[in-house]
Every structure is written in structure tokens, then in C-alpha cells.
Design a binder for this molecule. Structure first.
Ligand code: ADP
Length: 596
């Protein structure tokens, strides 16, 4: 998919495509029995409800003129009976359908979430997260209603219409034909208004999606907003997006508000025609005026006649919107898991730690190469530092070691095994990866460390924390390992978050460590703890470390200077200093800064 931002509307005005509906039937199959039962109940309820005008007709034409009180009471009881039965059936139906629609929501969300978790980093790099959220939350809600109630309602409304017409004709053929004359007028009106309404609501949906994307981005980036005092600017952007939402909503509601007055006008005209024809035209032609009961019954059916037509129009509109949502949902489900196990993938044997890049090419976007023909070999247990200017490709190299992206050309080998040929789980479960952002989940510190190994015992957690020098500060907290931390670890310092993520990484006893060092400055004491923790972690493991503070990596076995997507210099700290090349300049400039 093209890159999308909060400024771009998603394309929602798709032609009505039954293909998506057919595919969605997979989610409905499970509930077919319940849906058929609900349909029968509703049809029954609808049919019973339609008897009422006939009862009224009997009352007006027979019971009242004959002053037959007993018959009148019987008719009244029948009328109440039909209403009570209708209410009971409607309640049963709505209970069943709530279960069905919630079941469909649950099933689609489960699939979506499972798939989203497997999608490669690239997918999340390419689109606002708020737009992904809106698909999983809002769109699924909306389509579930179409898949459950929508389809049943279409059938019911069609039945309803047939029943109404049949009852009308059973009462009086001529007046029934008068009512049907109103249909073409209604059809023209409906086509016009529904088209306007559909477009208007699609615009609302697009603008909501954009607002959601911006809101989500700003919640996550709230700190940066405040650091850069961007509140006013952001408020203006948000106001613009909100105003788009308001304006599109107002337009949509304006069209909605036109619907009923339009229908009422047509309905009133048709009723006037019923009275005119019933009392005047047919009275001369047929030699007698239609009875009051007939006229009242027909006009009662006529007023009910518009409802199903209108409802069908609404359902059709909803279908069109929801089919577009369905397409988004299926598009997400179909998003290829580009970084996945090969069909013949084998389990990665226990890793010893040799890592080799053989002529690796890589690009995030076509035509923009990031790594060009990169080759190197690291022996088991060696520590490798990657240094170089920002954007050189250091993070990309370490991402490829863990196969977060597929290489464009060449091979990444671990212990001589091409990592694209082994299962991701067997590969990544033997690696410890620490990205720059030491992400902390809400829960206790213990939960956060256990994230690295779900069955870790408390002793293992404590032991890992001790090795990385995290135990001291955790034990000093009031609730120790049980201390609650909030989402993203807002109650912890940057250094503390890093120490916790060291422990989380170490607990699975990884054979290869990948560390993308955070650049944030921390106090000397924490820095010392981090350095000792890091050194302890690295013992006996092949380690890749992207360090911005060169003091961290002086003792690494190999230092690679990366620039412009390739390795420009490689050697130990001493060798590279002696070379007086790029590393030398980087190092001396950092030392100068420190000295200054
Ligand atoms: P470093 O870690 O050396 O700072 P990176 O490996 O992060 O550099 O980036 C190398 C190049 O790839 C940069 O030009 C960067 O803009 C680009 N890049 C990094 N991540 C992505 C991404 N997800 N999508 C597109 N381009 C990216």
C-alpha cells in the first residue's frame, strides 16, 4: 500500500462488490442456525403485526355499525394479543442477534489481531497506527451489524413489503393500485437522496479516520509535543481535522434530515389520493363509495408501505459503506506476512554464535538502496560494535541479523545456516534483541522481565536482574519486583527502563545479543551500572552493539565503521585509532567534546 498519513483520506467509494460479502460468509456460517431461527421469528412477528389494520377494518365496518359489543371486545383482545406476541418475538430476536453480532465481532477481531501481530515492521512503518486501530475497532463493529442484522433485515423487509402489498390487495384492489402509483415518485427521490447520503457518510468516515490517526500519533508523542512547545500548532492541526469531521457530519445529517419530510410528503399525497379515489372517483365509477373501514385499512397499510422501502434503502447504503470497510478488513488480513517461515523451514539448531553477512543488499523502498553488498564474518562470542553517522545503515544491519526484514540480495548466515531457511520462532527465541526504545508494558516489574521467558521462576528473574545490575534499584523500591509500572514505563527513569530491558533480554539466555543503544544521557552512577550490566550480559555471547557513546565499545572485539550503506573501516579500537581514518576522527572529536 502506498504510504498513508493523517492528511490523506482512505479511498472508500468502492463499487459495490459482492465478492467481499461472499468471503464474509465464512464468519456467518457458524451462526447460520441462529440467524435462520431469528429470521423465522421476525417474519412471524411481522406477519402478526400486519393483522392489526384488518382488525380495525372489522371493528369499523362490522362491530361498530352493528353495535356488536361482544365482537368489539373480542377484536380489542385480538389487537392487544397481536401487539404482545410481536413484542415477545422481537425481544427474542434481538437477544439472539446480539449474540450473533458479538460473536462475529469477536471472530473477526481475533483473526485481525493474530494477523497484525505477524505483520513485518514494514507494515507498521508505512501507515498511521490510528488508522489500523479504527479498522480493528470501528470497522469491525460496523460490518458485524451488516453481517448479522443487515442480511436478515433485507429478507424481512422484502417479506414485509410483499405482505403489506398482499394485505392491501386483499382489502381493495383499486385502492391498492392507487398506493402503488406512489412508488415511482418515491424511487426517484430515494435514488437521489441515498446517493448523496452514501457519499456524505463516506466522507465522515474518512475524516474520522484521519482524526484518529492524528490523535493516536499525538498521544504517543505527547512528551515530544511539550518538549518542543508544539501544543498550539498541534491544536491548530487538530482543530482543522475536527472541523473537517464536523462539516462532513453536518452535511451528512442535513441529507438525513431531508429523508423523512420527503417521504412524508409523498405519503400524505398518496393518502389524499386514497381518500379522493375511495370517496369520490370510485364512488361514481363503481356505484358506491368505499367503506370507511376499507379506506382506513388501506391508508394504514399505505403508511406502513414506505417504511420497508425506506429501510431497504438504508440497508443498501449501509451495505455499500460496510463493503468498503470489509474490503479494508480483508486487505489487512491479506497483507502478506513477508517475513514468515519458508514452507520447508527447519528448526534452527542451538546457536553457537557465528554470524556472517554474504554480499547483502537491502532497501526499504524500491530504488533506494540502504545496504550495498555488505559482507563480514563474526566468530562465536565476539562482540561487534557498529559506529558511523546517523542514517548510515547500522540499525538496518542489526535488524537483518534478527530477520526483521528480508534481505534484497545475498545471505545472512548463523553458524553457516541461512536464516531465511529456519523458523522465525526457533531463530528469535535464541536471540536477545534490545531496541533503542526500552519498551515497558503496564504491569509489575516482574511481569516485564518475565516477558522474555514466560515460565521463568522468581529466582531466575532475580538472578538475571543481578547480572545486569538491576536488582539493586528494583529491591530498593517499596514493592520490589511487584512494583507496578505504567504503560511505557512512565514511572521509571530512562536508565531504569534500560536495566529492566537488559534483564528481560538476558533471562532467555540468548546466544546472540543485538543492542541498539539508546542515546539519552543518564547520570554517571546509572551509566556505570549500565556499563557493568552490559559487560556481564555480553560474556560468552556474540553481540552486536550500536553505541553512540564510544566509551561503551572501546573493548569490543571488532568495531565496524558504517557509512553510506557499507563497511568502511573494520578492526579493534587500537587498530582503527592507529589508522587515523574515520573512526579516529569520530573518537577524537567525542573525546574533545568530553574534554571541552
Ligand atoms: P542508522 O542506524 O545508521 O542511523 P538506519 O539503518 O536506521 O541508520 O537507516 C538507514 C537508512 O534507511 C536511512 O537513510 C533511513 O532513512 C532509512 N530507513 C530506516 N528505516 C526505514 C524504514 N522503516 N523505512 C524506510 N526507510 C528507512
Amino acid at each position: 500500500m502506498a504510504r498513508n498519513t493523517f492528511r490523506q483520506d482512505e479511498r472508500l467509494d468502492e463499487p459495490f462488490n459482492f465478492k467481499h460479502l461472499l468471503r464474509a460468509s465464512v464468519y456467518m456460517k457458524k451462526y447460520a442456525g441462529k440467524m435462520v431461527f431469528a429470521l423465522i421469528i421476525s417474519a412471524l412477528g411481522g406477519a402478526i403485526g400486519l393483522i392489526a389494520p384488518r382488525i380495525n377494518q372489522e371493528a369499523l365496518d362490522v362491530a361498530i355499525p352493528n353495535t356488536d359489543t361482544r365482537y368489539l371486545i373480542e377484536l380489542a383482545i385480538m389487537l392487544v394479543g397481536t401487539i404482545v406476541i410481536s413484542i415477545i418475538l422481537t425481544t427474542i430476536r434481538s437477544r439472539i442477534m446480539i449474540k450473533v453480532s458479538q460473536g462475529i465481532i469477536y471472530d473477526i477481531r481475533k483473526d485481525l489481531f493474530a494477523h497484525l501481530q505477524k505483520l513485518p515492521f514494514q507494515y507498521y512503518d508505512d501507515r498511521p497506527h490510528g488508522k489500523i486501530l479504527i479498522r480493528v475497532v470501528n470497522y469491525v463493529n460496523s460490518v458485524s451489524d451488516m453481517l448479522s442484522n443487515g442480511l436478515i433485515n433485507v429478507i424481512l423487509e422484502i417479506f414485509n413489503l410483499i405482505f403489506i402489498v398482499a394485505f392491501m390487495f386483499s382489502v381493495d384492489v383499486q385502492l391498492a393500485l392507487v398506493v402503488l402509483c406512489g412508488v415511482p415518485v418515491l424511487a426517484v427521490f430515494m435514488l437521489w437522496i441515498k446517493n448523496k447520503q452514501r457519499k456524505a457518510w463516506q466522507a465522515v468516515s474518512n475524516k474520522n479516520s484521519n482524526l484518529n490517526a492524528y490523535l493516536q500519533e499525538n498521544i504517543v508523542g505527547a512528551r515530544i509535543t511539550q518538549i518542543f512547545a508544539r501544543e498550539d500548532y498541534n491544536a491548530q492541526v487538530f482543530a482543522g481535522l475536527s472541523s473537517d469531521c464536523r462539516n462532513t457530519w453536518m452535511t451528512a445529517v442535513r441529507y438525513n434530515n431531508l429523508v423523512w419530510p420527503g417521504i412524508d410528503t409523498i405519503s400524505v399525497l398518496v393518502r389524499a389520493a386514497i381518500f379522493l379515489f375511495g370517496m369520490v372517483v370510485f364512488s361514481t365509477a363503481e356505484g358506491g363509495m368505499k367503506s370507511v373501514g376499507v379506506i382506513v385499512a388501506i391508508s394504514s397499510y399505505a403508511s406502513r408501505f414506505w417504511q420497508p422501502i425506506m429501510n431497504l434503502g438504508n440497508i443498501f447504503n449501509n451495505f455499500i459503506n460496510n463493503i468498503a470497510y470489509l474490503e479494508r478488513i480483508f486487505q489487512t488480513l491479506d497483507e502478506p506476512v513477508t517475513v514468515d517461515d519458508a514452507p520447508d523451514a527447519t528448526e534452527m539448531p542451538e546457536i553457537k554464535g557465528e554470524v556472517e553477512f554474504k554480499n547483502v543488499d537491502f532497501s526499504y523502498e524500491e530504488g533506494k538502496p540502504v545496504l550495498k553488498n555488505v559482507s563480514f564474518k563474526v566468530k562465536p562470542g565476539q562482540s561487534v560494535a557498529l559506529v558511523g553517522p546517523t542514517g548510515a545503515g547500522k540499525s538496518t544491519i542489526v535488524s537483518l541479523v534478527s530477520r526483521f526484514y528480508n534481505v534484497g540480495g545475498g545471505q545472512v548466515l548463523i553458524d553457516g545456516q541461512d536464516i531465511s531457511k529456519v523458523t522465525l520462532h526457533s531463530l528469535r527465541s535464541q536471540m536477545g534483541i534490545m531496541l533503542q526504545d526500552s519498551f515497558i508494558f503496564s504491569g509489575t516489574i516482574e511481569d516485564n522481565i518475565r516477558y522474555g521467558k514466560l515460565d521463568a521462576t522468581m529466582d531466575e528473574i532475580r538472578a538475571a536482574s543481578k547480572i545486569v545490575c538491576a536488582d539493586a534499584f528494583i529491591s530498593a523500591m517499596e514493592d520490589g519486583y511487584q512494583s507496578e509500572v505504567r504503560e511505557r514505563g512512565t514511572t521509571l527513569s530512562q536508565g531504569q527502563k534500560q536495566l529492566i530491558s537488559f534483564a528481560r533480554t538476558l533471562i532467555s539466555d540468548p546466544k546472540i545479543l543485538v543492542l541498539d543503544e539508546a542515546t539519552s544521557s543518564i547520570d554517571v552512577q546509572t551509566e556505570r551500572a549500565l556499563q557493568t550490566g552490559l559487560n556481564n550480559m555480553m560474556k560468552g555471547r556474540t553481540t552486536f552493539i550500536i553505541a553512540h557513546r564510544l566509551s561503551t565499545i572501546k573493548n569490543c572485539d571488532v568495531i565496524m565503521y558504517i557509512d553510506d550503506g557499507g563497511i568502511v573501516e573494520t578492526g579493534t579500537h587500537e587498530e582503527l585509532l592507529a589508522k587515523h581514518g574515520l573512526y579516529y576522527h569520530l573518537y577524537t572529536s567525542q573525546m574533545d567534546e568530553k574534554g571541552a
